[in-house]
Ligand binder design. Structure first.
Ligand code: SAM
Length: 356
C-alpha cells in the first residue's frame, strides 16, 4: 500500500474525511504529496508517454508568445517602467516563463524580470534547466513560497495553479446540501451545512435544481490576497480549467483524477501518485480580485483570448520559412489552442488590472 493510502486508512478509522482534505493530502503531503515528492525517475509527472498529464506548455510556445504580448501591453500601459517584475506562482517547470523570456525583445526585455514561485521539488529541478540562460543573466530568479512578497510593479500570471488548490464538491439534493466525503467503505455524499459556500452558490443561480452542484475552494481568498496585495500596479492574469459560477452549478462540478493520460472521478485512489484537479469558479475569482482593488476584470475562453491578442496571420506567414517539422509543430500548437473542443475551449483566461 502506498504511504498516503496507509495514512488515509488510519485516519478513516476515526470517521469520514472531506474530499478537499483528501485532495490536500494527495497533492501537498510534505513528503509523499504528488506536488511535493521526488519521483523515482528524478523527473516529473508532466509530458506524454509514460506520464500523467500535459499542459498547454507541452504543446509549444504559442501561449508564452501571446502572454509576452499581454505583458508588454501592461508595461506600455504602466508608462514603460525601467523594471517590470512578472511573478509566476505555481510556475512548475518554468516553461511558460522561458517561452515569455524567449519571445520578448528591446526595451521591454531589458525591463522584464521573471520570478518563478513553486516549492514543487521536481518542477524546480526542471525549471533550473529551462531557465538556465536567464538565471545566469539575472533576467529570472526563484522565490520560495514562504518568502514574503515585496511590493512590485508588473504582473502576476499563472497557468493551472488554481485548479490544483484543494476544493470541496457540494451537491444540492432538492431540500438540503450534501458534500462528498471519503468513508472506510468508499466515497459518499453526506448532508452538511455549506455555510459561506451555500450562500455563494445560491446567489449565483435563478433556482437550484436537484443534482446541481459545484466546488468550493476554501483557500482561494487567501491565495488571491497574497498574490494581489504586493502588485502595486499592473496586470493579473490567470489561465485555468473552469467556468463561470452558474455554469459550474448546472454542470455539477466535481473533482477529477488524471493518471496516465486518462481522466476519471476516482479522486480517492492512488493518493500521491495521481494528479487531482477541480474547476476554477471564475465568477468568484473575479469577485475576489475586485475586492483586492483590481478593475476591468474579464474572462474568456483561451481560444478566444489567443485569437484576440495574437497576430496569427503575421505569425502564420513567418512559419512558412521554418523547416517542415517545426512548421508542423507550430500549426498543431495553434490548432490545439484555437479549435473548438480542444484545449483552447477547456481553459479560460482571466485578466484584471491594478492602477497606480
Ligand atoms: C498543475 S501544476 C501547474 C504547473 C505549471 N504552471 C504548468 O502549467 O505546467 C500546479 C503547480 O502549482 C504549485 N502550487 C500549488 N499551490 C501553490 C502556491 N500557493 N504557490 C505556488 N505554487 C503552488 C504546485 O506545486 C504545482 O507545481
Amino acid at each position: 500500500m502506498n504511504p498516503l493510502d496507509a495514512l488515509l486508512q488510519s485516519r478513516l478509522a476515526q470517521g469520514p474525511i472531506a474530499a478537499a482534505e483528501v485532495m490536500a493530502l494527495g497533492l501537498y503531503h510534505p513528503e509523499h504529496g504528488y506536488y511535493r515528492r521526488t519521483m523515482s525517475d528524478g523527473g516529473g509527472p508532466w509530458g506524454f508517454d509514460g506520464k500523467d498529464y500535459y499542459t498547454a506548455l507541452d504543446l509549444g510556445s504559442l501561449l508564452g508568445q501571446t502572454l509576452a504580448l499581454r505583458l508588454e501591453a501592461a508595461w506600455e500601459w504602466l508608462g514603460r517602467p525601467a523594471r517590470f517584475m512578472a511573478l509566476e506562482p505555481g510556475a512548475g517547470r518554468g516553461w511558460l516563463g522561458r517561452d515569455v523570456l524567449n519571445a520578448v525583445s528591446g526595451s521591454f526585455a531589458e525591463a522584464l524580470v521573471y520570478v518563478h514561485r513553486d516549492d514543487n521539488p521536481a518542477a524546480r529541478r526542471a525549471a533550473e534547466m529551462a531557465l538556465a540562460p536567464f538565471l545566469a543573466t539575472n533576467r529570472a530568479r526563484f522565490a520560495a513560497e514562504s518568502d514574503p512578497l515585496e511590493s512590485f510593479t508588473g504582473a502576476v500570471f499563472s497557468n493551472e495553479l488554481l485548479d490544483a488548490l484543494p476544493a470541496q464538491p457540494w451537491r444540492w439534493e432538492g431540500e438540503r446540501w450534501t458534500r462528498e466525503v471519503l468513508t472506510a467503505t468508499g466515497p459518499e455524499w453526506q448532508a452538511a451545512d455549506p455555510g459561506e459556500a451555500g450562500a455563494w452558490f445560491t446567489s449565483q443561480t435563478d433556482g437550484l435544481e436537484p443534482r446541481d452542484g459545484s466546488i468550493w475552494c476554501e483557500v482561494l481568498p487567501s491565495v488571491v490576497h497574497e498574490l494581489a496585495l504586493p502588485l502595486e500596479a499592473g496586470l493579473f492574469l490567470t489561465v485555468d480549467y473552469g467556468e463561470s459560477a452558474d455554469r459550474l452549478l448546472a454542470k455539477g462540478a466535481d473533482l477529477r483524477r488524471f493518471k496516465a493520460h486518462s481522466v476519471d472521478g476516482k479522486w480517492h485512489e492512488d493518493l500521491g501518485e495521481a494528479d487531482l484537479t477541480a474547476d476554477v469558479d471564475f465568477t468568484r475569482l473575479a469577485s475576489l480580485l475586485e475586492q483586492e482593488g483590481l478593475s476591468n476584470l474579464s474572462h474568456m475562453e483561451l481560444s478566444k483570448w489567443i485569437r484576440i491578442h495574437a497576430p496569427l496571420d503575421e505569425w502564420g506567414a513567418s512559419w512558412m520559412d521554418l523547416p517542415d517539422a517545426e512548421r508542423k509543430l507550430r500549426t498543431e500548437n495553434l490548432l490545439q489552442l484555437t479549435l473548438p473542443g480542444l484545449m483552447g475551449s477547456r481553459f479560460r483566461v482571466l485578466e484584471g488590472w491594478k492602477e497606480k
